[in-house]
Design a protein around this ligand. Structure first.
Ligand code: COI
Length: 356
């Protein structure tokens, strides 16, 4: 059983009222921190005032990228109770990412206790307005100082909390996406399945070029054939073809999204046909030409459900559902956010209450 030391912040602030919350700009008063040292294991779990870490210029994660993170959310329901969405799904994925980066495994129960202790302390920061939540960012980085490329012998784990609004400035409006034909995100046998900073660093050049061309996001194709659809910058991607929901299978180069999993479970429970398989970009464009492509949308923790209004591939553009939010994307968004905010009964047990 983890014993967490607590040092309270001398100066505290509070959730800004009457001000729009942008994504990830403000942080709560406290954070959870824990260290790992070879021979000792994970140790010194503590909640301390939110603040900077001293960083060695020779720190391994700065040089060679040995780091992983997660992104999860807490919500406030109208009756003023507070909840976390599917915490064990995220914490188990955190350990799967650790495996890819050769970061020592964590005790999921310990991290769960740490997270819920931190959230209980910071619960006044959990916003309750529609479209808002407390974003939870756990991260592990190698903090050993030395310049040889190797698996580190010491790490720091932290959890920070940030009250947030919508991830995209466009909110729930359809986004315009460029199908990327120059850069690739990941390949099988690489890090694509892990939630690690390298995958986001990889996306930046493509993202900047896409922004400069007026697109909101990039859709990645597979690295070998450059034709099979993988995922969008910060989301998984789903298509509705003739009433059926189709999404790329988890093939080793795609992140296994928890919102993706939630959407697929929901669709199956609603009796909607779901396929996880290879989808080529030609198939999407052909389905559109035949009038069979009904909707396209992304799913992600930060983005929730994000409708796609336009897809452009090698200069050819298709407009999906007249660039309007599709009925099905809206239904999924309403259901998932309804359960998260306590407006819809949690029949799948996705929500875990923060007590204390
Ligand atoms: C999330 O959806 O939680 C993510 O981690 C994506 C992004 C904000 C990095």
């Amino acid at each position: 059983m983890i014993e967490i030391a607590l040092t309270k912040a001398e100066k505290t602030s509070s959730l800004p009222i009457g001000q729009e919350l942008v994504f990830g700009k403000i942080f709560t008063d406290h954070m959870f921190v824990m260290d790992y040292t070879t021979g000792k294991g994970w140790h010194s779990p503590r909640i301390v005032p939110y603040g900077d870490f001293p960083i060695s210029p020779a720190m391994l994660s700065l040089h060679y990228g040995q780091a992983i993170f997660e992104g999860m959310k807490a919500f406030r329901s109208a009756d003023n109770r507070v909840w976390v969405f599917r915490p064990y799904e995220y914490l188990n994925r955190f350990n799967r990412s650790a495996h890819f980066l050769q970061i020592p495994q964590m005790d999921v129960e310990d991290i769960h206790t740490a997270l819920f202790t931190l959230l209980a302390l910071e619960k006044d920061w959990i916003p309750g307005k529609p479209g808002t939540s407390l974003y939870i960012r756990p991260l592990v980085f190698a903090d050993e100082s030395q310049l040889g490329v190797k698996v580190a012998d010491s790490y720091k784990l932290f959890i920070i909390l940030s009250p947030v609004g919508a991830y995209y400035k466009t909110g729930f409006n359809p986004i315009s996406i460029k199908v990327e034909d120059k850069y690739v995100r990941a390949t099988k046998g690489g890090l694509g399945e892990a939630k690690t900073p390298a995958n986001y660093a990889m996306s930046l050049a493509a993202q900047q070029e896409a922004y400069a061309e007026g697109f909101g996001q990039v859709l990645w194709l597979d690295a070998v054939h450059r034709k099979y659809i993988e995922e969008v910058g910060t989301m998984n991607i789903l298509f509705k073809f003739n009433g059926e929901i189709v999404t790329p299978a988890l093939n080793g180069s795609i992140l296994g999204g928890i919102t993706r999993k939630t959407v697929l479970e929901l669709c199956r429970s609603w009796g909607i046909k779901v396929s996880e398989r290879q989808i080529s970009v030609e198939e999407v464009f052909e389905a559109h030409a035949k009038g069979e492509l009904e909707e396209v949308f992304g799913s992600g923790t930060a983005a929730v459900i994000s409708p796609v209004g336009e897809l452009t591939w090698k200069g050819q553009k298709i407009v999906i559902n007249n660039n309007q939010t599709g009925e099905f994307a809206q239904k999924l968004f309403d259901f998932i956010t309804g359960v998260q905010s306590g407006k819809i009964a949690d029949q799948f047990n996705w929500m875990e209450e923060i007590k204390g």
